[in-house]
Design a protein around this ligand. Structure first.
Ligand SMILES: NC(=O)c1ccc[n+]([C@@H]2O[C@H](COP(=O)([O-])OP(=O)(O)OC[C@H]3O[C@@H](n4cnc5c(N)ncnc54)[C@H](OP(=O)(O)O)[C@@H]3O)[C@@H](O)[C@H]2O)c1
Length: 174
């Protein structure tokens, strides 16, 4: 599994159930990186998607403990165990590889699944914004190392700069 996340310098990722900021270039990159793959997220993150529905053009696995009506293009998992079984089934049925499974939020699901992730693609914005949800700080985690940082890019609409950070797991705890 890998993770994709957008964070501020304090590893904030969201406020009041929404993203802190919408950077159109970053959202396009997110689409490019996830189309044709399997995205894994919590029910609260689904509420942030258009019409509160699974994203098209990719398989969606939604973690929720509440029974939900069946949704086209979406699988439900009510526990970590069920999620891991589903991942194995999808690998067998569709030949997905480990890094085709992409954890996309929110805070509770990043925390739950980070131990299974081997890479994290972090979009880092250059200014701290109001936050009530966070991603684990990879810079103080000895299981992770930063292996690449892009140049800083401008987001004129939001008047901020951002860059892409690529982290790799160096200690495998599975
Ligand atoms: N910056 C980013 O890149 C990014 C990306 C995604 C999300 N976010 C932000 O993150 C925030 C949401 O994070 P969050 O932690 O509140 O919500 P979340 O992780 O998206 O969803 C939480 C829900 O997931 C389900 N869940 C959690 N653990 C589970 C488990 N072990 N088994 C089964 N279901 C489980 C529960 O759903 P039920 O209540 O239905 O049982 C829980 O209420 C929002 O502000 C959002 O915008 C930011």
């Amino acid at each position: 599994m890998i993770a994709i996340v957008n964070t501020d310098p304090g590893w904030g990722i969201g406020k009041a159930g929404a993203l802190q900021v919408h950077i159109s270039q970053d959202l396009q990159r997110f689409k490019k990186m996830t189309v044709g793959k399997v995205i894994i997220y919590g029910s609260k993150t689904m509420q942030t998607y258009p019409n509160g529905k699974p994203l098209p053009l990719r398989k969606n696995i939604i973690l929720t403990r509440n029974p939900q009506p069946a949704m086209t293009g979406a699988y439900l998992a009510d526990s970590l165990e069920e999620l891991l079984e589903l991942v194995e089934e999808l690998k067998n049925d569709y030949n997905y590889r480990d890094d085709d499974f992409i954890v996309v939020g929110g805070e509770s699901i990043y925390k739950l699944l980070l131990p299974f992730c081997t890479e994290c693609h972090v979009t880092r914005i250059n200014q701290e914004l109001p936050a009530d949800s966070y991603f684990p700080n990879l810079d103080i985690d000895r299981e992770w190392e930063l292996i690449n940082q892009s140049e800083w890019l401008e987001d004129t609409k939001n008047n901020l700069r951002f860059c892409y950070l690529h982290y790799r797991r160096i200690i495998d705890n599975n």
